[in-house]
Design a protein around this ligand. Structure first.
Ligand code: NAD
Length: 500
């Protein structure tokens, strides 16, 4: 039975709360923003100046992490004040600008980073519209005998984000859409080899955001990122959450900061092809995925394990679909160019280290290193290797894929597991046998598991689902979306407001 309602007490409480709220008016007429009384910002008090000095940076681009974080915190408070519609405006601005400027920005990014392919750099910007935004944030409600409860997905405040060299502007833009849709501000420390294009995009986004919403520095960036600025960003009091996209080094560093980190880490996706697969479809899918942006995608096909009884036919189908097969001596030359071998680890075996000069380079460059010329427009090189080849072991990010024969599906799954290094990132199977699919899914335990399609089907491109350029693998959040960047808070009304 409900407890009796004390109307006088309720009236008093409501009066007190309304008094504190000031009916939405700024509490201090002389300040540009109001620090809301929500718990997420009580732990950080900006320095007495409040807003970073205008001289410190313009349109979100700052010299130091501290300046960027302070300005972003102020941007967060402004966003809170403007409400949900301002988040929608930011989402629209970022998506529209990426689409409209894809050609120009794709070119700028390629010129700076010098890795990948122009058509795909442009393509990655044209699809930012597929990243989920504000509409993703819906509260969960419960209604019952004891009243109603609302669980709301609320912002953290300022998110510190680290972006990779492989897709600098697309990751930055996708992160902004997700992070701001959730009501946060963001500060970026970009990869130094793609930081100028990132700063350019931040500047352009901010100009438009400032113009349309009046909010300044909601999206901030450190102009010249370094390891020190990364540390400063991670340690800054205003930064409540980290979103890291990159290889093993930065994932480890982020996890050691003591802050909660959403880590989109490295992958080395294996592809298993069995004797029930459609080999034409498998060959075309492998080429499409592994050739994309010269195999810079973390989800991109990196090595193929093919059942012995169909391996030759699969390689024939790959040739028919336009890939070029290297003979053993060409493979040997390419391997020598693509890797250096350091002193042994553990068992004393030399350890292959990928030659950065060949990462993300065009097929013609790889072919030259292998000692052959290939026709213009060739998408991918491949060669038959054994399972312990460096091209299988290492996340090599080049438009070349090794093909390894295996005697059984069990062996193929075991070799795939080994090659994936437990990154738990992405794996792919071409098969029509559900037992094989299930066995591989269970054994590899990857975040994305794609059946009978290219890797990008796992991100809503040719498969069902949505897009993000940050797939949180070691920390388990999966394909990041606005909810990834929220705190769940519960609002409970006892014994009332249930309307049925
Ligand atoms: P990278 O690890 O060299 O750099 C990524 C970012 O981390 C950069 O901003 C870099 O400056 C920073 N960084 C690197 N080492 C650091 C350290 N020790 N301390 C602090 N910061 C550090 O990676 P990259 O070459 O730019 O990108 C490719 C890697 O990123 C691949 O391993 C790829 O699989 C991975 N990646 C993963 C995803 C995903 O969604 N899971 C997406 C894109 C790329």
């Amino acid at each position: 039975m409900s407890s009796p309602v004390n109307e006088t007490l309720i009236r008093e409480v409501i009066q007190e709360v309304l008094g504190k709220l000031d009916h939405g008016k700024p509490r201090h007429a002389n300040t540009t923003s109001v620090a809301p009384t929500t718990p997420q910002n009580v732990s950080y008090t900006p320095p007495s100046c409040g807003v970073a000095s205008p001289k410190a940076g313009k349109h979100g681009v700052f010299d130091t992490a501290a300046q960027a974080c302070e300005a972003a915190h102020e941007g967060f408070l402004q966003l809170q004040k403007k409400g949900i519609e301002a988040r929608r405006q930011v989402e629209r601005i970022v998506k529209t600008m990426c689409e409209d400027r894809a050609n120009e920005w794709g070119k700028i990014e390629l010129e700076e980073s010098k890795i990948g392919r122009l058509d795909h750099k442009i393509g990655k910007l044209q699809i930012i519209g597929l990243v989920p935004g504000v509409d993703w944030i819906r509260p969960d409600g419960r209604s019952g005998d004891h009243g109603i409860t609302l669980e709301e997905y609320t912002p953290f405040g300022v998110v510190g984000a680290i972006t990779p060299s492989t897709h600098s502007i697309p990751t930055l833009a996708g992160n902004i859409v997700n992070i701001v849709a959730a009501g946060n501000a963001v500060v970026f420390n970009a990869h130094p080899s793609a930081s100028r294009c990132a700063a350019m995009a931040v500047r352009e986004f901010n100009k438009a955001i400032e113009h349309e919403t009046g909010i300044q520095n909601l999206v901030s960036i450190i102009q010249e990122p370094t390891l020190d600025s990364f540390k400063e960003l991670c340690a800054h009091e205003a930064v409540r959450l980290l979103c890291v996209t990159g290889g093993p080094g930065v994932v480890k560093a982020a996890m050691q900061t003591g802050k909660r980190a959403i880590c989109a880490g490295p992958g080395n996706p294996p592809v298993l092809v069995d004797d029930t697969a459609c080999l034409k479809r498998a060959a075309e899918s492998i080429i499409q995925g592994a050739a994309f942006d010269n195999n810079l995608l973390c989800i991109g096909e990196k090595e193929v394990f093919a059942l012995d009884n169909i391996a030759s036919d699969l390689m024939g189908a790959m040739e028919k679909a336009g890939a070029i097969r290297l003979n053993p001596s060409q493979l040997d030359q390419l391997t020598k160019a693509a890797f250096t071998f350091t002193e042994g680890q553990g068992a004393g075996c030399p350890h292959p280290v990928v030659n950065k000069d060949l990462i993300g380079k065009d097929v013609s460059v790889l072919a030259k290193a292998a000692g052959l010329n290939v026709p213009d427009g060739t998408q991918l090189l491949f060669a038959e290797t054994d399972a312990s080849h460096p091209f299988v072991e290492e996340e090599q990010m080049m438009p070349f894929i090794p093909v390894v024969r295996v005697g059984s599906v069990e062996e193929g799954i075991a070799q795939s597991l080994r090659a994936e290094h437990q990154y738990k990132h992405t794996s792919i199977i071409h098969s029509h046998d559900v037992n094989h699919m299930t066995a591989m899914a269970r054994a590899l335990d990857t975040t994305l598991f794609i059946k009978n399609g290219p890797c990008m089907a796992g991100l809503g491109l040719g498969g069902e689902g949505y897009l993000s350029f940050s797939i949180a693998t070691p920390t388990g959040e999966g394909v990041t979306n606005p909810k990834t960047f929220t705190r769940v808070r519960r609002c409970v009304m006892v014994d009332n407001l249930r309307i049925y």
